[in-house]
Design a protein around this ligand. Structure first.
Ligand code: XMP
Length: 508
């Protein structure tokens, strides 16, 4: 089965990825393509609809991003912000600079009752622009305005062309979802064929074709991505999915046992478990630099695989849990390396396996939906994301078994207290980190000189941005008291209030 596709052409707008998410949430597959590569894509795979994104430039500047509109003939098109201005500019309308840049909530007025915007629940829209359309292209009607923006939306049914100056993809436009729904289904005539079941069916076929009669090494960590990947591969090729769990000793309390238990019970009775705790602790001895920790951990994984070459040497492929945000990020020419995420660099010669990335088209929430459709239990599907290098990036300074124990105990208490109160819902990640400083305290009339624990809980949609979870002071105080009383070695507890950016979710 080949699903329908909406191509979102990225002109550098800050919300472009959000447009893709919104379209997918409505059940239509969508992909983002930079404007520089859009024409080739449209020629090679004619999309079922196109959305032209916002962007920071002015269409009036020489060399401003654009595309050949001749290629889009017959394809339903929606221009958003810069996308609308580009449509106007290229098809015979006029674009001018706003008197002052417009940023914030506005109200739509003069909505044409015969247009695609008729009868929306809320007139509120989110504007963010410096240019605006002064005259629409010939043949297009203006169907809504705001006080300061005379051409807030246009429609040209003949040419299958629609456009809005505001941003329907952001939550500050309450009717934005309905407006996108109308574009996709009522105007572009799409079917909504992007479902978990369709994805699973397609992926099983693709994996079988790619792998042939080979075997696939599938490293599982207990996290959602690797669990869903293992379940998909097992369904596609049965025992030829060689599932391996490397216990590096850097997981949360009780997690290694839980991974083994759930995995063998739920998806696959055969799980190879390699206990490499001693090896990891040995090579992390004395290491305090975050990047060095990540590199050492990556290299140790490879050595563990080498050590077990006899069980793995028939693997022709390596499965990696790359998700769509990673694909988008690595496609960007300007993204700086903030952290070296664990990857498969430095594999030995005998492990020159081909990569397969069955989840590379999915966002995290879609991975969870696929997991549910595959019948994975909620305890797996709802698990919070956890970094590949594990607690090593939550222990500032040297990683020792004793410091791992401290962070495991504090982390357990924190998350247990949140869960007990039902506060874990809506949290993207919550954890305890151990700092590399000491402070003075007093306990039972004795002076203490010990390390502080930092608690971090964040809300996020996709880990690209995050906000600290607002928790009641009494709750935080109760948790802090428990940690200081129950975890030897800790005499102070802090709560991290920083958002991402400027901080990151993990401390290292
Ligand atoms: P940061 O700290 O960059 O994290 O805001 C964003 C998300 O990625 C997770 N993370 C990792 N995941 N390997 C992973 O598989 C890694 O090395 C790694 N570092 C961070 C982090 O937990 C958060 O969900």
């Amino acid at each position: 089965m080949k699903h329908q596709t909406v191509l979102v052409i990225d002109f550098g707008g800050q919300y472009t990825q959000l447009i893709v998410r919104r379209v997918r949430e409505l059940g239509v597959f969508s992909e983002m393509v930079p404007w520089t590569k859009a024409e080739d894509r449209i020629r090679s795979e004619r999309p079922d609809a196109v959305i032209l994104s916002g962007g920071p430039r002015s269409v009036r500047e020489a060399g401003a991003p654009t595309i050949d509109f001749g290629l889009l003939e017959g394809i339903p098109k929606l221009g958003i912000c810069y996308g609308l201005q580009l449509i106007a500019h290229r098809l015979g309308g006029r674009v001018v600079a706003c008197e002052a840049k417009e940023y914030g909530k506005r109200l739509l007025s003069d909505v044409d009752p015969d247009s695609w915007l008729a009868g929306l629940d809320s007139p509120q829209v989110w504007m963010s622009h410096g240019d605006q359309v002064d005259a629409p292209p010939p043949g297009a009607r203006v169907v809504a305005s705001t006080e300061s923006c005379p051409v807030a939306a246009i429609e040209d049914r003949e040419r299958r062309l629609w456009g809005v100056q505001f941003h329907p993809e952001v939550s500050h436009t309450p009717s934005g979802r309905e407006l996108l729904r109308r574009f996709l289904f009522d105007l572009a005539g799409l079917q909504g064929d992007w479902t978990s079941e369709a994805f699973i069916e397609e992926t099983l076929d693709r994996v079988r074709q790619e792998v042939g009669d080979g075997e696939v090494l599938c490293a599982v960590s207990g996290g959602v991505d690797s669990s869903v990947m293992a379940a998909l591969l097992t369904r596609a090729i049965g025992d030829r999915a060689v599932c391996v769990f490397v216990d590096h000793g850097l997981l949360r309390k009780g997690e290694a046992e839980q991974v083994r238990e759930t995995f063998t019970r739920v998806f696959h009775p055969r799980l190879l478990v390699f206990d490499a705790r001693a090896r990891f602790f040995q090579s992390l001895k004395g290491v305090t630099d975050p990047e060095q920790k990540r590199k050492i951990i990556g290299a140790e994984f490879v050595r563990v695989f080498e050590e077990h070459a006899d069980q793995l040497s028939r693997c022709s492929h390596l499965a990696q849990g790359t998700l769509y945000p990673d694909v988008i990020e690595s496609g960007s020419e300007t993204a700086a390396t903030i952290k070296t995420h664990h990857n498969v660099g430095g594999l030995p010669e005998w492990m020159r396996m081909k990569l397969i990335e069955p989840l590379r088209w999915l966002f995290k929430d879609e991975v969870r939906a696929v997991g549910r459709a595959l019948g994975l239990p909620e305890e797996v599907v709802e698990r919070e994301p956890f970094p590949g290098p594990g607690l090593a990036v939550r222990i500032l300074g040297e990683v020792t078994p004793e410091r791992v124990r401290i962070v495991q105990e504090a982390d357990w208490i924190f998350r247990e207290e949140l869960r007990r109160r039902g506060l874990h819902r809506g949290i993207w990640q919550s954890y305890a980190a151990l700092l590399d400083v000491r402070s003075v305290g007093v306990m039972g009339d004795e002076r203490t000189y010990q390390q502080p624990i930092v608690l971090r809980a964040v809300e996020s949609e996709d880990a690209m941005t995050a906000r600290a979870k607002p928790l009641d002071f009494e709750v935080l105080e109760a948790i802090a008291n428990r940690i200081v009383n129950e975890v030897p070695g800790v005499n102070r507890v802090l709560y991290d209030l920083t958002s991402k950016p400027p901080a990151t979710i993990e401390w290292e």
